[in-house]
Design a protein around this ligand. Structure first.
Ligand code: NDP
Ligand code: 8X3
Length: 253
């Protein structure tokens, strides 16, 4: 089994690379930070193939895939994991550039890599695409604006892939985690502010990247007749909040 993981230089992607290689699979590890991929190759050996790829750059995707050695071309599992959130400001205070970066990465990047890999899967009548969604795709929260919307795209895109791929052996899954620590996600979201990033997990027993990797491993190793369409995973300490109603000051509580 050959597995292409985008965003394999950190967090979930790195943990998934470890999980799939330790399970005997071959992993194409794609990301922008080549030094980190080289380190992972040093750790995991020749079953891991590092590929420099910026999913926001169509030429980079094309080159990364075109340069794959012949034996690594029939990709069985694509894990569209590369993604990011930038900022927690409410919409009127957000940076337009950061909004566009999230859309370019989480929406356009995910769609572009899928578009490049899917025809081979369909031709082989076999394959699996695991897209990293989020609970933010279904559950609005202040400051989630464009990030949550990109993950809503991921969910509906995955469902629409299912609609288009019925009759082929190609499967599609939206893996939608809640609070997961031990990755760079919050540090990126808070633009390098370590203290603000740490607060997100303070006093909480968050999920780990290994939990998410285990879920991906499970999805990828089910019998070919089984398609997990949507898999939401939250830590036990996390739940849903109520709707809010802004009442006028004249109404007493
Ligand atoms: P990390 O920040 O640890 O990892 C993100 C990965 O994406 C990095 O390897 C980074 O690599 C890669 N990446 C970012 N931009 C690009 C790009 N333009 N091209 C290629 N690779 C890119 O975050 P997580 O592991 O936590 O997150 C992984 C995914 O899971 C994301 O899609 C995120 O939205 C989602 N998620 C995370 C949750 C969490 O709580 N952590 C919860 C729910 C979903 P590099 O910089 O080297 O390119
Ligand atoms: C990350 C989870 O709740 O921070 O996708 O948006 S959340």
């Amino acid at each position: 089994m050959i597995v292409l993981i985008t965003g394999a230089s950190s967090g979930f992607g790195e943990a998934m690379a470890r999980r799939f290689v330790s399970g005997g699979r071959r992993v194409i590890a794609a990301a922008r930070r080549t030094d980190r991929l080289a380190r992972l190759r040093g750790e995991l050996g020749e079953r891991l193939l590092p590929v420099t790829m910026d999913v926001t750059d169509p030429a980079s995707i094309e080159q990364g895939l075109a340069r794959l050695p012949e034996a690594w071309r029939p990709i069985d599992v694509l894990i569209n994991n590369a993604g990011l959130a930038l900022g927690t400001e409410t919409a009127p205070r957000c940076s337009a550039a950061e909004w566009m970066t999230m859309i370019d990465t989480n929406v356009k990047g995910l769609a572009a890599v899928t578009h490049a890999v899917l025809p081979g899967m369909v031709a082989r009548d076999s394959g699996l695409i695991i897209n990293l969604g989020s609970i933010a795709g279904r559950n609005p929260y202040p400051g989630g604006n464009v990030y949550g919307a990109t993950k809503a795209f991921v969910e509906q895109f995955t469902r629409n892939l299912r609609a288009d791929l019925v009759g082929t052996g190609v499967r599609a899954t939206d893996l939608a985690p809640g609070l997961v620590g031990g990755t760079e996600f919050s540090n990126v979201r808070y633009r390098g502010d370590d203290a603000a990033a740490a607060k997100v997990y303070a006093g909480a027993t968050a999920l780990t990247p290994e939990d998410i990797a285990e879920a991906a491993w499970w999805v990828a190793n089910l019998p070919p007749r089984v398609n997990i369409t949507f898999l939401e995973i939250m830590p036990t300490c996390q739940g849903y909040g109520p709707m809010v109603i802004q009442r006028s000051a004249s109404v007493s509580a």
